[in-house]
Design a protein around this ligand. Structure first.
Ligand code: AHG
Ligand code: MN
Ligand code: MN
Ligand code: MN
Length: 327
């Protein structure tokens, strides 16, 4: 098929406030280039030395997989000299990483999402978020901007196809990495998430730990046609947020990683800056909704810590609204 490539798209791309600045175009192209190299490693699996555990722990207390660390290093090394950036932050790094130049943006990422699926050949991904820099040497506080301040966000799914889903604040665009030419070719524009759905995604094994409203919502879904929702629901749970969100972007649905009582002091498992915010920006730009559990719109949450956790409920707009009704 003849399709526009990413650089042609970026050259004419719009943001929420007009044409995309050249520095933003350059940054997205650089991120996409690094992700293409991660895709090659992922596709090689054991042959690339990309499987298995590194044995170290990240700041979240998770054991790091080889690919968590390799992907993080590829992003750091690939972007350290970027004139478009002044700093980076990652799920896999304790502290922020000031870059060589003092460019206009900050980049935040989950270098490898879905770590538990690496070794079993199930879809995984990279999630990224772009914030405006605050000028001067970057400080941690500069990164603590609400999701509504993002100027771009997106994710790459390393699955049967390698797919980049991108928003610059004016709709959602999808690109597939052409295995032959290694170019990112546009395959969809202005993607919209169906407002209604009959499909939910949640880790059901945590049911006994959920708060009562989550339990009540899922009970009603499971009751099917005869229950209060009056329809039969299907369930999916890949355990890679990128894959679950991509399914929702593609055919609707809701994704939930709610607060649960296993870790009472934490609002949820997922990370606001590397997962919650970028995915919520994409979902909203595609007409969906995203809320931080009972803490309101995700993109309005004021972060207080770089590695802050958050409850996540996102997807088809009317279904997210229905879930809110259970609070
Ligand atoms: P990560 O691999 O970046 O640490 O993220 C894993 C996340 C997310 O991708 C997924 O939705 C969730 O963890 C799965 O959690 P469970 O294993 O608890 O289902
Ligand atoms: Mn992790
Ligand atoms: Mn993740
Ligand atoms: Mn990760």
């Amino acid at each position: 098929m003849s399709a526009k490539d990413l650089s042609a798209f970026l050259a004419n791309a719009q943001t929420a406030s007009g044409p995309a600045p050249v520095a933003l175009q350059g940054l997205i192209a650089q991120v996409a280039e690094v992700c293409a190299s991660i895709a090659t490693l992922v596709a090689g699996g054991a042959l690339s030395g990309a499987l298995g555990s590194r044995g170290t722990e990240n700041v979240q207390g998770e054991v790091q997989k080889e690919l968590d660390v390799i992907s993080n290093d590829l992003l750091l090394n690939g972007l350290h000299g970027s004139p478009n950036l002044s700093g980076m932050a990652s799920e896999e790094m304790d502290d922020i990483h000031p870059t060589a130049e003092q460019g206009p943006y900050l980049l935040l990422f989950d270098p490898l999402d879905g770590s538990s699926n690496i070794d079993v050949n199930v879809s995984i991904g990279t999630i990224f978020s772009v914030l405006p820099a605050k000028g001067g040497a970057p400080k941690t506080e500069h990164f603590l901007q609400p999701g509504s301040a993002q100027v771009a966000a997106g994710y790459v799914v390393y699955g049967p196809q390698t797919t980049l889903v991108l928003t610059l604040g004016a709709g959602v665009f999808v690109f597939t990495l052409d295995p032959a030419s290694k170019a990112w070719l546009q395959v969809a524009e202005n993607v919209r998430i169906a407002a209604d759905t009959k499909e939910f995604a949640i880790n059901m094994s945590n049911m006994r730990h959920w708060a009562q409203p989550v339990r009540a919502y899922i009970d009603d879904c499971l009751a099917g046609k005869e229950g209060p929702r009056g329809k039969d629901f299907n369930m999916r749970w890949v355990a890679s947020m990128v894959a679950d969100v991509h399914r929702i972007v593609s055919r609707g649905g809701v994704f939930m990683y709610p607060w649960d009582k296993r870790e009472p002091g934490k609002p949820g498992k997922l990370r606001l800056m590397y997962e919650g915010n970028p995915m919520s920006f994409v979902v909203e730009q595609a007409g969906g909704r995203s809320i931080a559990g009972d803490a309101g719109r995700m993109l309005d949450v004021q972060p207080t810590q770089l590695h802050q956790r958050v409850a996540v409920i996102l997807g088809s707009a009317n279904e997210v609204t229905a879930i809110e009704g259970y609070a």
